[in-house]
Each structure stands twice: as structure tokens, then as C-alpha cells.
Design a protein around this ligand. Sequence first.
Ligand code: G3I
Length: 323
Amino acid sequence: SAQLNDLAKAAGLKYLGSALDNSELTDTAYTAILSDVSEVGQITPGNTQKWQYIEPSQGTFDFTKGDVIVDFAETNSQVMRCHTLVWYSQLPSWVSSTTWTAAEMTSIINVHIANEVGHYKGQCYAWDVVNEALDDSAAFRDNVFYEVLGEEYITLAFKAAAEADPDAKLYYNDYNIESTGAKQEATVSIIKNITAAGARVDGVGMQGHFIVDSMPSVESIQAAMQSYMDAGVTEVAFTELDVKFSSVPASADGLEDQAAAYATVVGACLAQSGCIGITLWGFSDKYSWVPTTFPGEGEACLYDDTLSKKPAWTAVSSVLAAA
Ligand code: G3I
């Protein structure tokens, strides 16, 4: 049967892709799937373009592991989404353990972005410039960047990224912004504020970490996407899609519910012309981040831990084929 990225492109998307982490590369059965561009048309590094890997101590840059993922995508003619520049997590302690002045923090962000985006210039279709700036109450997350610079750190990051790679699409990326609500409204404000400050933001990345039994309605997902387009971005994407069970193992009925959930999200993206692609946050339950972070939960992906296609794979392929 036809493969997912081929179907996604025929349906008008730029790609259907997946996260990939360096530790997975030794699994030849897994990389056989991940390197097949007809199935996986786009790659996001799961970890190794994050700050702790790229600039582990101030002014010392190490692109070795990130380059491995970018080379993988290039070898296989896959679109590269680069992830991520300014995030409170996986931040080396030198960034967060000192009380910086505003001028120092500005320079830290500018130097980090100039070096990282400069290194990957021309290789990234898109960058997740700022990741998860909002907390679960939709207030600005009280991270070290916000403490020193306030909301301005966001604009600063977008300006630095635009300067370092004028051709990369620049995204604001977050979770729980895939449907309407306080966090979606706060995201709209972020987009408007970046633009009002004279910086460029091209896209909103909706991570899309869903739970099978708590799916938002398709109407709510569509309204959220439309609100970002109305705020002035030129595209949106699902950047980290997975749909987990809050208790595993899943039943046969559960797997059908999960298939329907995936179909809803893919269908919502296809109905929005600004939605340009879908990235799965892991292609197989074998390497999903979910059970590590949420013990007892999981089975969130399209392939199971033996690399067999689940009902959700079939549902996604059907929705794409019908478009
Ligand atoms: O590499 C070390 C290894 O040397 C060590 O032995 C091991 C022991 O804990 O840890 C390994 O690092 C882990 C790393 O993944 C690489 O496997 C970290 O502990 C672990 O915390 C880290 O988790 C990543 C997580 O981000 C960190 O917040 C996940 O793989 C990654 O999938 C996840 O991705 C995030 C997105 O970037 C942003 N959105 C949410 C998403 C899911 O949390």
C-alpha cells in the first residue's frame, strides 16, 4: 500500500515526518522505516539540537550529534525541521545558574542563535525558535530568560534567527495550543507582539501531544489554527504529534479510538490550507518519550514496539488517501 509521506504530499502537505534521536540510529529495522522518504518525508531531532548539546559551556559549540541527524535527513532527501533554540528545558546549568544582567542575557541568546542557526544555515526548512514560553495557566513561563528580559526575550530570539538564516521559516512552538482556550489566546498575543516589535514569525507549531480519551473537537482544532493564521503567520504545523493512552496496554477498542483521534488531527490539518505538515513525535512505541516521562502511560505512536503498523497508521493513511 502507499506510504504516508507520499500520500501526505498527494494530499497537498509539504511532508509527513517524525522525530529521530541519535540513540535510535543503531536500530537498523527502525532506521529502514525512518530513512524511507515515501513513508517519512521530514525529520526533527528529538534532542541533539537543544542547547545542552550545542553549547554545553559558554562559547563552546558542539554540533557533532545534531549534524548526524541533519546528515541523515539530507542523505534521504527529507525536509529538516530544526528544534529548538530557546527553551527552559535541556538548558545547560551555566545559562540558568548565574544572575545575568539584561545585557549579558541578550548577548547569550544572540550568540547562541547566531552560532547554531548560522551553522545550519540553508539546511533547516524551519526552526522552532522559541519553545514552550507559556506555562499551563497560559502565563509566561517563569524561566531564566523571562526573569531577566521579560517577554522581550522572545522577540530578540526571532530577530537573531532571522538574521542568521533569512530563508528558514521561524516558528513559535508549544503544547496545549492545538484547540481554543487560554493558551491558544496567549499564543495569538505572542504572535502579534513579535510582529508588532518588528520581528518576523512565520509559523505556529502545535506540538500535538494528545490523550486518546481527551481529544478536542475538530472544530476547536480548526478554530485554533485559523486564529494563528488570522494573527499573521503564513503557516501552521503539527510538530510533535502523538496520542497516548493514560493506561496501557490498550484494548482493541482503544486502538480504534486512537485511530479515530489521529484521523481527526490529520483531517483538521488537511482542511486548513495554512497547515503545511505533520511531524510524529516518534514513529514507533519502541522509542516514544511518553512511558519514560509518564510511567504507565504510552502506546502513543503509529507503529507498535515490534514495528508493526497499528490501526492508527491505517486511519492516517485512509484520511490522507481520501483528500
Ligand atoms: O542522553 C542521556 C543519557 O546519557 C543518560 O544516560 C540518560 C539517563 O537519564 O538520559 C539521556 O538523556 C535523556 C534524553 O532525552 C536523551 O534520551 C534525558 O534524560 C531525557 O530527559 C530526554 O527526554 C527528552 C525530553 O524532550 C526532555 O524534555 C525526550 O527524549 C524528547 O522526546 C522530549 O521532547 C520534547 C520536545 O523537545 C519539546 N516538546 C515536548 C517533547 C516531549 O517531552
